[in-house]
Write a protein that binds this ligand. Sequence first.
Ligand code: GLN
Length: 534
Amino acid sequence: MQTKYIITTGGVISGLGKGIVSSSIGRLLQAAGFKVTIVKIDPYINVDAGTMNPFEHGEVFVLDDGGECDMDLGNYERFLNINLSRNNNITTGKAYKAVIDKERKGEYLGKTVQIIPHVTREIRDQIHKAAKGFDICIVELGGTVGDIESMPFLEAVRHLHLTEGDKNVAFLHVTLVPVLSVVGEQKTKPTQHSVQRLQEAGIQPDFIVARSESRLHKKTQEKIANFCNVQAENVISDPDCKSLYEVPLLLQKEGLDRKLMKKFGLKRKKAVNLSAWRKIVKRMIKPKKTVKIAMAGKYTALSDSYVSILEAFKHAGAVNNCEVEIEWIETTDFETDKKKVKILDKVDGLLVPGGFGSRGAEGKITAINYARKNKLPFLGLCYGFQMAAVGFARKACNLKGANSVEIEKNAKHPIICILPDQYEGINMGATMRLGSCPCKIEKGTLAHKIYGDTLIHERHRHRYELNPEYIEVLEKNGLKFSGKAPKSPIMEILELPKHPFFIATQGHPEFKSRVESPAPLFVHFVKACLDKKA
Ligand code: GLN
């Protein structure tokens, strides 16, 4: 069948959850039997998100193919349980770079190269490339309509509508309908204005998804329909809910999937059955138990910096029928006063996530060593793996001056280092060990129990790794490397057989955790924390 496109735009304010709406629609159409993919457009000039600060922009999400991209791709994968590629994230930088590269190669010889048509055509081509082989391609346009930087993208999708035909392209505009507390009335003016901006760009939305505190009143819905030139039944209510995973169920109730199929002239390929999804969401909303897990983060002010970990905990919590409460800990506190690490007595587990640079590193080592000594369940991810190895070298192997060369360039014992033959001439952009890497797991270990397999794949994003010269002394003193890269001396997973649950991985299992297929490491970690609590 010819690919159908759903273009999601946003109005009024940013952060309305366009990504969740796009993912939810995707999940619903997938449930109806269609092959669905999603593209995120980011109007910034960075070619990819690799060099962006998570504090400013939220987490850098990593794909199987090593693409470093916007965190919305994480939502798409979590909802749809699919693996996307770097083609699914288009940025201004990527589009312009492609055009400029072509210009330099002489591909437009003789022509004046312009935003319209050259950049807009490039954008269209990149959308087509990502959509190839799919029944439905959702394109989420980041930012808010009216931003200068999204203009070329609006023009590109306007043109896409023209060339693909109205039966094959649907525009869906997500807006905010606020309530003015004094009058208690749902206000539609901001929506009207943002739709006007869209219309000025030559785009008439087919659907308006209105984010609001509670359901839209009939009167509000009709008013939006009248002023925005949209059918009243296509003004969709999207009120606040407890869990973002409720949104597909909510939009299904509003009939959005059915209405989209009607617009496209499509019939569903199979009966929609979301009962498994519904069951998981129910467990998330009404958990039977709780566990408290300390998270030693650096970007603690912004949970968006760790969104995949937080979501992985929700998925793993649902499996264990419990809610995971996160206790954010600032590990620099333990550096000024080591006794402060005792706050870990109040939690059921410790997670040390990925990180860069030296800030808080010593505190992380203190926290991990505390978990080791006090039999507190511990999960280390990437940097957490590295700090666990350094801490163990210092305390259990008596290697004073053990460190990572990322923190101390001339460390006496460079436990974590750069393997020279792998990384010659490192630049800052896209030069880390990135994407899905294989890992062989030894039978009979905790890692084997967790994964139930001897060959696994996790996504990676790191520059440093365990120094092979120290494997022997670390293992002699009780550390076990239960997972290794098959063809190189890279240590992937470490564990402590004498501890109830102490495991760390050089990979990022959080990037592969999905609602309907949670990351095994998180599931078992949460279980271990529940056991500890009991
Ligand atoms: N900074 C460490 C490295 O580059 C860890 C990276 C991470 O945690 N993602 O190897």
